[in-house]
Structures are given as structure tokens and as C-alpha cells.
Design a protein. Sequence first.
Length: 252
Amino acid sequence: MTLPGSSHHLPIILVSLLLSHAFPCCTTKTSTPSADLPQEKGFELRRTAMVRDQIEDRGITDTAVLGAMRRVPRHLFVPLELRDLSYTDQPLPIGLDQTISQPYIVALMTELLELRKDQKVLEIGTGSGYQAAVLAEIADSVWTIEILEPLAATAEQRLRSLGYRTVHVRSGDGYAGWPECAPFDRIIVTAAAEDIPGPLLEQLKEGGKMVIPVGAAFSIQSLVLVEKREGRIVKKNVTAVRFVPLIREQNR
């Protein structure tokens, strides 16, 4: 998740946490309720402006990512009382001291994965389910883990109600990944770890990519792109960020 003040034009992108849970995932396109068509049209117009002004104008060019960001109704992933802020470029609280990431950071991390339609993705940090929905718009299947059970349950229900049948949600310790469903073509982590978790590296397929913030808790961290090439782990620092720490079951 991102904290207020994040910007592509600044050296530091501030980010906050969304931790892990998982159920069945899907690339089925989202369907929004039609009870209030004028209001939904208004949200659609705001979403189009969000993608244009906050994402394209900041350098995101992947057409699949841009299309996914246009389709996923972010306002349905935030509390009702905050829906008017859904398409502003900021994180928003979703309860339990967690947030939904700012749109730009969601788009950036998704673009770094270079997703294809035939790929299987592991997400650590389900939160509201928004990032999982964006991933599911592009990839074949998404397996997402959330350590906070109430968030996992709510996200699973929301994703299913929106038609995402290929998103698999589970509550648990994301550090351990989802070994029985590995390997994964892509892995995305939305909380900072001091070191890249060994289990996640093991579960990354040969030729796969991972995006993860790495660094000490509550300090400036580095958003790292990880690739597995012929058994070797190749890392690239993308930009400075600040995420909340990856929660471990043993530390709760």
C-alpha cells in the first residue's frame, strides 16, 4: 500500500502494508452493480482520468496494465464512506490498520512483473483484494495470502462477487509462500522484508520474476525486481520506497 505523498517524480515512493490470505483466482472481467447507473458512470469517468493523469503521465506504458487499471472498480475495494476518494492518488484505510495502495504503485509493481495471460502469480498481502483483481485481469491465475483473517475473508467474498473465479485466497504467513501450489511464474509482495524470503525464491519458477520491497521496518527501503536465471538470483533495485513490515505469524 502507499502512503500519502507518493509520486513518480520524487526519489522516494512511500508505501504501506497489505498482508496475506488466499482463495481461487480468475481472469474473469469485473462486473459492477447497476443499481445506480449515473453514479457508476461517474466512477468510470474518474477511473479513466486516474489512469490517464496518475499512471500514464508518470510513465507506465504496458497496455495490459493500463487496461486492467481501467477495468477494476477501485471504489468497490474501499469502505463506503471513502468511495469519493477512490480515484485520488493516495492510499486509503481499509480497517485493521491496513490500507489499499495508491493506484500508481499498484500499476508500477504490476508492470515490473511483465505479466502474460498464461502465467500463475503468487501475491503476498491480499488486503482489500484490489491488487489481486488487477493481476487477475492479466494473468491466468492468482494465489494470494493474507495474514489477517478478517481481511482475507472480506477480500475473498468481494472478489467472488465481482466475478474473479481464478483468484485463490488463503489466510496465513506469507513468508512461507504457498508451497503446495508452487512453482509460480511471478511473485509480488506488498510489505517490506529485511531479506528476500528463501521460501519465495524456492517457489519462483526458472525464468520467473518477483517484485518485493526490501529493507528495515519503518525506514527507507528498496523496491527490488528479482529474476531467476539458470538457477541464479539476479536482483535490480528499482526505486526507494517505504512499506510497513511483512508480518510473521510468530510476531503477531
